[in-house]
Design a protein around this ligand. Structure first.
Ligand code: XUL
Ligand code: CO
Length: 430
């Protein structure tokens, strides 16, 4: 595989970008600076393509029987992949990169060895760590949860993994650290002390903040990743709004933001842009897990994003946010089981990157022409003057509003003409 290059929309080379042109300037920054793409280690280098009905099918030339040998092979393969794809960031769970072995102690030793190798590769290539995280869900001890476990010994193991994760983040210069709930939720409320479980999770997050400060890693941004269900029937970090109320309740908003994932949004019954809008309103849009779900399926399919419509609306929020640094756009996406060849890893990432590039350019046009801004300004214009501005400034109260309402019997609403607006929006996409 050669290095993937931008060849333009007319290119028929499947191993070329047709829209993602890393050096092209969009709204004052190159696409590369804007989009900050990241590859997810778990889907691209550890997933074998197995599903509940069948074995792994993925052809990968780093597979071997010795787990440590395989972990090293994966590091080699991953950095070759990042470089050829031209992606500057990557993300991983502790369990993705090193085998657990027989004990926590062995796991930590394995992690030390593999992260030394990763550090070497990072120094050689300039590729950076967007975020790492502790996988506190796949080890069988987490059967009752991690920080939400009914078993305090399990809580301690989960805390040890978080400590190690923060140490690794400091070692590798990570800018963000993700907490996705994993098994933090419940299957049955009848045997669950939800209040205690949530308080315990918050306690762990405060310990994480304190520890990062103690080791001089104060710049680290912690990111909560909402998801409403799967693996648990009910996940505590249900969606962006629920997660923000948790962070506020437990006084965590100074150091925590959100890592939003498109397929998690749709599972919660929201659009991706809804979740991003909620996060922005709290000044908490931290990073994105780019993927898409299948609207006909009720689970997390983690497909590579190819839906330009949805990505464009997400990119409108992205630009409103002034970009996403120090977060990025991480492809939390896996190739379909039928795409089992090595080259599919390239094809899938190219598809995702081209889709985001198209979304970014369409959103930039929407912003430059003030298409949505003007619509909204016009729609809310009644709050600019008169009684509306009294409401906004706090001058109005129930009595003044009542007198106003009694004097104005002739209330008129205007049509939204939403069908026309949606048709105009299509002009930006095609
Ligand atoms: C699970 C998921 C995770 C997080 C990191 O649905 O999205 O991979 O992104 O733990
Ligand atoms: Co994710």
């Amino acid at each position: 595989m050669e290095k993937i290059k931008y060849e333009g929309a007319e290119s028929t080379n499947p191993f070329a970008f047709r829209y993602y042109n890393p050096e092209e300037v969009v709204l004052g920054k190159t696409m590369k600076e804007q989009l900050r793409f990241s590859v997810a280690y778990w889907h691209t280098f550890t997933n074998d393509g197995s599903d509940p009905f069948g074995k792994g099918v993925n052809q990968r030339d780093w597979l071997t029987d010795d787990p440590m040998e395989m972990a090293k092979n994966r590091v080699e393969a991953s950095f070759e992949f990042f470089e050829k794809l031209g992606v500057e960031y990557f993300c991983f769970h502790d369990m993705d990169v090193a085998p657990y072995g027989e004990s926590l102690e062995e796991f930590f030793a394995n992690l030390d060895m593999i992260t030394d190798l990763i550090q070497e590769k990072m120094d050689q290539t300039g590729i950076k760590l967007l975020w790492n995280t502790a996988d506190r869900h796949s080890n069988p001890i987490y059967v009752h949860g991690a920080a939400s476990s009914s078993n305090a010994d399990v809580y301690a193991v989960s805390a040890a993994q978080v400590k190690k994760g923060i140490d690794i983040s400091k070692k590798l210069g990570g800018k963000n650290f993700v907490f996705w709930g994993g098994r933090e939720g419940y299957e049955n409320l009848i045997n669950t002390n939800m209040k205690l479980e949530e308080e315990n999770i918050a306690r762990l997050y405060h310990m994480a903040i304190d520890y990062s400060n103690k080791i001089g890693h104060e710049e680290l941004v912690f990111l909560l990743e909402p998801k409403p269900k799967e693996p648990m029937k009910h996940q505590y970090d249900f969606d962006a709004a629920t997660s923000m109320s948790f962070l506020q309740k437990y006084d965590l908003t100074d150091r925590f933001k959100l890592n939003l994932e498109a397929n998690h949004a749709t599972l919660a019954g929201h659009s991706f842009e809804h979740e991003m809008n909620v996060a922005r309103n709290y000044n908490a849009l931290g990073s994105l897990d780019a993927n898409q779900g299948d609207m006909l399926l009720g689970w997390d399919t983690d497909e590579f994003p190819t839906d330009v419509y949805s990505v464009t609306l997400a990119m409108v929020e992205f630009l409103e946010n002034g970009g996403i640094e120090p977060g990025g756009i991480n492809f939390d996406a896996k190739v379909r089981r039928t795409s089992f060849e090595m080259q599919d890893l390239f094809l899938a990432h190219i598809a995702g990157m081209d889709t985001y590039a198209r979304g970014l350019k369409a959103a930039a046009k929407i912003k430059e022409t003030r298409f949505l801004d003007e619509l909204k300004e016009k729609r809310y214009a009644s709050y600019e003057t008169g009684i509306g501005s009294d409401i906004i400034s706090g001058k109005a109260d129930l009595e003044t509003l009542t007198s106003y309402a009694l004097e104005h019997n002739d209330v008129k609403n205007e049509s939204s003409h939403i069908e026309y607006i949606k048709s105009k929006l299509n002009d930006y996409l095609v």
